[in-house]
Ligand binder design. Structure first.
Ligand code: GDP
Ligand code: MN
Length: 376
């Protein structure tokens, strides 16, 4: 789970990282009061879990409390990169001399943590990383040793950050460990004109597996969750919305992931990950189909089931019952294999539903689903 900027800021503050004074609100009138408390001028910041917020108009410097109220009124309720703005943070403006980038992130490729740091931080960090990769230091961090002040000094010097940022680097690592985070990022970490080091913007991604001991963040941030994912979760389905056009339904996380790869290999993009698990009953299948088909981007659906505990004939019955219930308007490609596959296929053949076709292999099914998505 990603935290909001104001939550990340709170964590930084809890761990002794200097941050600007700030308050959170959902009301323009209160925004005016907050700006007054901050000294008149303020930075009004939309609280949305998406990058590029500043460039999208979600970070605005205002000169006085009246302007804070007006800006808050304009910003609240709008969408930034598709994320509705419900909450604002108003922060005390800072006189920036230099902007740096620092983060710790779990690097799944190496199975360890990486410190990533760059002396040219700020809103253009992606361009810097793309065009001047040598300007970005990437230093492995041993999970057991962590970031000592010696290590922090190494990271700072490798990235060309001033030595006085080392204390923040040590504390930022403490945030990662204490809060069960997979990512802690500060961009920008600034040196102010007065010579102070401040964390101006933060991103923290918590490890969902540790949610049980991070109760302060609540159970789930349904607010920003995709509505289809919320709907699927309510029906007990493991569904993740993706950006493509081929709907995917399968049983077993491993099989579903392979299916995504094979569909991508056929030049199409998966629209979702949906694992219906072992008990592929008619009801579960119908729920799965209705969630996948509710995504307007879906142009074809690939059902890839390997019959195990649930035999393929039961799955075939489930698919037909689901089709009768959901009444799809998009074509379905079904690949059944494993326990009772022949009987399952015969059941689908006998029904000869105009929108349901079968494929003998996973590759063939993916190719056909991709083709249908591009012609349907
Ligand atoms: P992001 O676009 O979501 O990363 O939003 P940030 O909070 O990082 O702000 C984007 C940019 O706005 C920063 O890189 C700064 O250049 C600028 N900015 C943010 N807060 C302040 C501030 O207090 N003073 C000044 N001068 N600029 C700020
Ligand atoms: Mn930022």
């Amino acid at each position: 789970m990603d935290l909001y900027e104001h939550q990340a800021r709170q964590l930084f503050q809890d761990h002794g990282i200097p941050v600007p004074r700030a308050e959170v609100t959902r009301s323009p009138k209160e925004a005016r009061e907050i700006a007054r408390r901050l000294g008149g001028r303020a930075v009004v910041k939309a609280q949305v879990k998406t990058g590029g917020r500043g460039k999208a108009g979600g970070v605005r410097l205002v000169a006085d409390p009246a302007a804070a109220e007006l800006t808050a009124r304009q910003m609240l309720g709008t969408a930034i990169n598709g994320h509705r703005v419900r909450t604002l943070m108003l922060a005390e403006p800072v006189d920036i001399a230099e902007e740096f980038y620092v983060s710790y992130v779990l690097d799944r490729a190496s199975g360890g943590f990486l410190a990533i740091a760059c002396a040219q931080g700020g809103v253009d960090i992606e361009e810097v990383a793309a065009h001047h990769p040598q300007a970005v230091a990437r230093i492995p961090v041993d999970r057991a040793e962590g970031v000592t002040s010696t290590k922090a000094g190494e990271i700072a010097s490798a990235a060309g950050l001033p030595p006085r940022t080392a204390d923040v680097l040590v504390r930022l690592w403490q945030v990662l460990v204490a809060e069960d985070a997979l990512l802690v990022e500060v961009n920008p970490l600034v040196r102010t004109a007065q010579g102070h080091v401040l964390a101006l913007d933060g991103k923290v991604t918590l490890d969902d597996n540790a949610r049980f001991r991070q109760a302060r963040w609540g159970d789930e941030d349904t607010e920003q969750r995709d509505p289809l994912e919320t709907e699927a979760a309510a029906r007990g389905l493991h569904y993740v919305k993706l950006d493509g056009e081929v709907g995917i339904i399968g049983n077993g996380a491993g099989l579903v992931m392979s299916t995504l790869d094979v569909v991508a290999g056929c030049g199409a993009r998966p629209a979702d990950f949906l694992d219906i698990g072992g008990g592929a009953s008619a009801e579960v299948m119908a729920d799965a189909l209705s969630v996948v088909l509710a995504d307007p981007a879906v142009r074809s659906v690939l059902v890839n089931v390997f019959g195990g505990i649930t035999a393929c004939d039961t799955v075939a019955d489930g698919i037909l019952a689901a089709v009768d219930r959901v009444r799809p308007t998009k074509p379905l490609v079904v690949r059944l294999d494993g326990n009772n596959a022949a009987r399952g296929r015969a059941i689908l053949d006998a029904r000869a539903h105009p929108l349901v076709e079968q494929a003998a292999t996973m590759d063939g099914a993916a190719r056909r689903a991709a083709e249908l998505a591009h012609t349907a």
